[in-house]
Design a protein around this ligand. Structure first.
Ligand code: AMP
Length: 547
């Protein structure tokens, strides 16, 4: 018997429809941005759609058409949001570039993506000027400002954003595209080899946006005020510029000022209800709130992702500040989070300490995402909360390959369509995954695996520890031994013996580091994670400062 097709309309899922929806039904809901020029900018979804239409006309006037890549090097702000919609709206691709990368990598990425236009925030004009001559495919550089703030620049064919959009029609006949068409592009900053391009489709982004709007996820609604601290150049600000309009929520963009004081002001003044960012940002906010004795009262959910949330951090937010934390796991390749991070009723009903245990896990798979862990031989490991293996995922918002990079695709995606994440995890019987390490970050000591994440989380609980990292150090006897690196909080004195004793009470004996190194600054990658490779280079060659 042939399959019987349903008789429902096959309206393509296109991202522009999110902004059209928000403009029609939540037209006067605000989008607030801290601008690079200085003042706070406010407008609403109705105005945002009009300007997006103007920008779409401008892109067309520069010859941009379907499939063309339009790059951005920009902070979180309203002009960046307009690009998020205008480029995909006309069938082009919005390619967000991480400005914290080394200029050589930016050069590689732009050339690999063959970007035709590059939109740049004022802050990053000098950075792009340095590499502009090497960006062969770029026809125009557009500075994201108005005529009054337009800098003198050596960028070839430089244009001013506001001049470019001014006077153009405020409506656009958005084409009916194939929902599988590419909409956004983001390169992973990849710790090994060249950066790899993850090419999101309209369909993948729409399904993702709907998923994060579920009540059991972030549940964005019209009474929410959402502030993504996570940058728009890092995995599309975890989809918030798409999820918030779908929820009819007010949006707040922090611009370039991501220090704790400025962030606190914005969170407080705009009465933010949901915010999201990496642990480093939240550690600074905690420190600021403690020092100033200030509190945030409006937040109903604070999302931590991109790196593991330590027990100490979750505990501080929940117990000391009364802020509900949601912890999630994901990658550039998984459009942000692949795990559903809210506790199920069984876990939510547990005593506080046990609940905290589940909150520091990375959550359960979201609907539509298959998750498993595999052993060295590729077979699936039991979901027993103990068997650790490589985490593999597949689903409608997971990358099935890298843009124009067959070798990288072959290395990451297997014949059954599973993406091998390089993360090592366990899954318990209830489906909670726990990342125990990245494959290359595991420390093997005397034949036993040691999780650097467990050690870091534990060390973060010791008074006066602002940040902790654990790296593997070659050892003639054990093969490898963990080395603990600590950045003490301002003015804190940490006796090495005390912290090692503290750890001895919390981790297996063989896992207790032999040594602690104190640093004033721990290096971070462009996306805010601890740069272990840099740390290894720094400390394994030069052991100065070891206690
Ligand atoms: P990126 O593609 O730069 O977002 O990096 C993704 C990687 O960050 C993952 O493969 C993990 O190694 C790490 N990561 C993301 N979220 C978490 C988390 N909640 N806990 C531990 N590691 C995480």
């Amino acid at each position: 018997m042939p399959a019987l097709n349903g008789l429902m309309m096959e309206t393509p899922l296109l991202v522009i429809s999110l902004l059209e929806y928000a403009a029609r039904y939540h037209g006067d809901t605000e989008i607030v941005s801290r601008t690079i020029e200085g003042p706070i900018h406010r407008y609403d979804y109705a105005r945002c759609l009009k300007r997006t239409a103007q920008l779409a006309h401008a892109l067309r006037s520069l010859g941009i058409g379907q499939g063309d890549r339009v790059a951005t090097v920009a902070w979180n702000g309203y002009r960046h949001m307009e690009l998020y919609y205008a480029a995909p709206g006309i069938g082009a691709v919005c390619h967000t570039i991480n400005p914290r990368l080394h200029p050589d990598q930016i050069d590689y990425i732009v050339n690999h993506a063959e970007d035709r236009l590059l939109f740049v925030d004022l802050t990053f004009v000098p950075l792009i000027e340095r590499v502009a001559q090497r960006l062969k495919s770029v026809e125009h550089f557009v500075v994201m400002t108005d005529a009054a703030h337009m800098p003198k620049t050596v960028l070839p064919n430089a244009l001013c954003f506001e001049d470019l959009v001014a006077g153009r029609p405020e409506t656009y006949e958005w084409p009916e595209l194939d929902e599988r068409a590419a909409a956004l592009l983001c390169y992973t900053s990849g710790t090994t080899g060249n950066p790899k391009g993850v090419l999101y489709s309209h369909r993948s982004m729409m399904i993702y946006a709907m998923n994060i709007c579920l009540g059991k996820s972030f549940g964005y609604g019209p009474t929410d005020v959402v502030l993504p601290v996570v940058p728009m150049f890092h995995v599309n600000a975890w989809g918030i510029p798409f999820g918030a309009p779908l929820g009819g929520s007010k949006l707040v963009y922090p611009g370039a000022k991501l220090d704790a004081e400025n962030l606190f002001e914005l969170l407080d003044n705009e009465k933010v209800t949901v915010t999201a960012g990496v642990p480093t940002v939240w550690a600074a906010l905690i420190d600021y709130m403690r020092r100033t004795n200030r509190r945030l009262n409006s937040i109903r959910m604070l999302a931590i992702g991109g790196a593991a949330a330590s027990r100490a951090m979750v505990d501080t937010f929940e117990r000391e500040f009364g802020i509900h934390v949601v912890h999630g796991w994901g990658m550039t390749e998984t459009s942000a989070s692949a795990t559903d991070t809210r506790l199920a009723p069984q876990e939510a009903a547990l005593p506080y300490d046990d609940r905290l245990l589940f909150k520091t896990k990375q959550g359960r798979g979201r609907c539509f995402v298959d998750i498993k862990v595999i052993g060295e031989d590729g077979t699936e490991l039991p979901r027993d909360g103990k068997s650790a293996g490589e985490l593999c995922v597949r689903g409608p918002w997971i990358a099935r390959g890298y843009y124009n990079d067959e070798a990288a695709t072959r290395a990451a995606v297997d014949a059954e369509g599973w993406l091998h994440t390089g993360d090592v995890a366990t899954i318990d019987a209830r489906g909670y995954i726990q990342i125990v390490d990245r494959k290359k970050d595991m420390i093997k000591s005397g034949g036993e695996w040691i999780s650097s994440i467990d050690l870091e989380n534990a060390a973060c609980g010791f008074p006066g520890v602002a940040e902790a990292a654990v790296i593997a150090r070659p050892d003639p006897r054990w093969g490898e031994r963990p080395l603990l690196v600590v950045r003490p909080a301002q003015g804190a004195k940490i006796p090495p013996k005390e912290i090692l004793k503290y750890l001895a009470d919390r981790v297996a004996r063989y896992a207790v580091p032999d040594e602690v190194v104190f640093l004033d600054e721990i290096p971070h990658t462009a996306t805010g994670k601890i740069a272990k490779r840099v740390l290894r280079q720094q400390l394994i060659a030069d052991k100065k400062g070891a206690a």
